[in-house]
Design a protein around this ligand. Structure first.
Ligand SMILES: Cc1cc2nc3c(=O)[nH]c(=O)nc-3n(C[C@H](O)[C@H](O)[C@H](O)COP(=O)(O)O)c2cc1C
Length: 347
């Protein structure tokens, strides 16, 4: 996570002053897969976000639709695809963890297609669950382990506690139908881990391509070789990501690998990216390295946790304003022009 921050900080712009016009209103709109969006950023898929703020998915889906930005629904979301799609409409994408069993995988894909999704994100960078010390220390597990510290934290967050109580226990709503009846919470969790455990092979990706008629995006690409392999498997876009630094500490940051990936796939390929951005200026930095559109994860959760249901709108508002200011200051008329304003190449 720290490396994502340090790498972004290395990106510097060379502002161009003395232009021919005084206008400082940059055009932030963008186009992806033939659809137009108001802003060049979106919301990354976040599993279990309902645990962090009740109805996080619904709140963020509404914010995404209103602001006209894309949002990915995690396969491990605590809200049902139908409810999400009804709120997010065409701005909602679906993030898929492919089951290794083709029958289960195809049934899941059919359900997602029936719900009306046009964009499918296949995440490939979680071949196994990682051991996360902080989660172990705080007792973040399924089912949750309740200790004195948890009880104290719940007691000191009355708004969260009340809303969570009213909403009921979060569950994996999009996977429940595939889980055998009568399992305990712990057995449900290990059943789910088992059906997705292991690498998403190139064959699985090709199989998904054959069964998915909409746009196919592969998330978790971090090397030139993988970018090329993904396009060879027939995907429509790659999503450069290190999961926000959640899976492996000894990894490069997306902002460091984007330039070489962009050079290798050419100017017309669609390259999305996330990990580490915390401001509109960071969005400008990531876009300047060759991403078409970028996504943010944790900042949206922080917004909800800090100010509740208006957190989604607020975070989008702040990011939009910061991005607008950054472009105006640099002198870049659109987000696409940002690479022309770099002070130097970082790779
Ligand atoms: C709490 C949390 C849950 C996540 N769940 C998923 C998930 O279910 N599927 C997925 O593809 N990525 C998941 N991610 C990764 C995000 O989609 C994204 O890659 C990452 O958050 C970007 O980094 P950032 O948080 O620094 O913006 C999750 C990230 C967080 C923080």
């Amino acid at each position: 996570m720290q490396r994502n921050r340090t790498a972004l900080d290395k990106v510097a712009f060379a502002p161009q002053y003395l232009p021919e016009t005084t206008s400082v209103v940059p055009d932030l709109s963008t186009e992806l897969f033939g659809k137009s969006y108001a802003l060049p950023f979106g919301i990354s898929p976040l599993g279990l976000s309902g645990l962090m703020w009740p109805r996080a998915v619904e709140i963020l889906a509404e914010a995404a639709r209103k602001a006209d930005i894309p949002m990915g629904l995690s396969h491990f979301a605590t809200s049902h695809v139908r409810d999400f799609r009804a709120i997010a409409e065409g701005n909602g994408w679906f993030q898929f963890y492919p089951a290794r069993d083709p029958h289960v995988r195809h049934a899941m894909l059919a359900e997602i297609a029936q719900t009306g999704f046009e964009e499918l994100i296949v995440t490939v960078d979680i071949p196994t669950a990682t051991r996360r010390d902080r989660e172990l220390r705080t007792g973040l597990s399924v089912p949750p382990s309740i200790n004195a510290r948890t009880l104290w934290e719940v007691a000191t967050q009355p708004r969260w506690a009340l809303a969570t109580l009213l909403e009921g226990t979060p569950s994996f709503k999009n996977l429940d139908a595939y889980i055998p009846q009568g399992l305990s919470m712990a057995d449900k969790a290990s059943f789910l881990t088992d059906i997705i455990e292991g690498h998403v092979t190139a064959d699985i990706l090709r199989d998904i391509r054959a069964h998915w008629k909409g746009k196919l995006i592969v998330k978790g690409i971090m090397t030139v070789a993988n970018a090329q392999k993904a396009f060879e498997c027939g995907v429509d876009a790659i999503w450069v990501s290190n999961q926000g630094g959640r899976q492996l500490d000894a990894m490069q940051s997306p902002v460091e690998v984007l330039p070489s990936i962009r050079r290798s796939v050419g100017p017309d390929a669609i390259v999305l990216a996330d990990s580490g951005m915390r401001s509109g200026l960071d969005i400008a930095r990531m876009l300047s390295q060759g991403a078409n559109v970028v996504f943010l994860g944790r900042p949206f959760i922080y917004g909800l946790e800090a100010i509740g249901a208006s957190g989604g709108d607020h975070v989008i508002h702040v990011l939009r304003e910061e991005l607008r200011c950054a472009l105006a200051q640099i002198g870049s008329a659109t987000a696409r022009d940002l690479p022309d304003f770099l002070a130097y190449q970082i790779d």
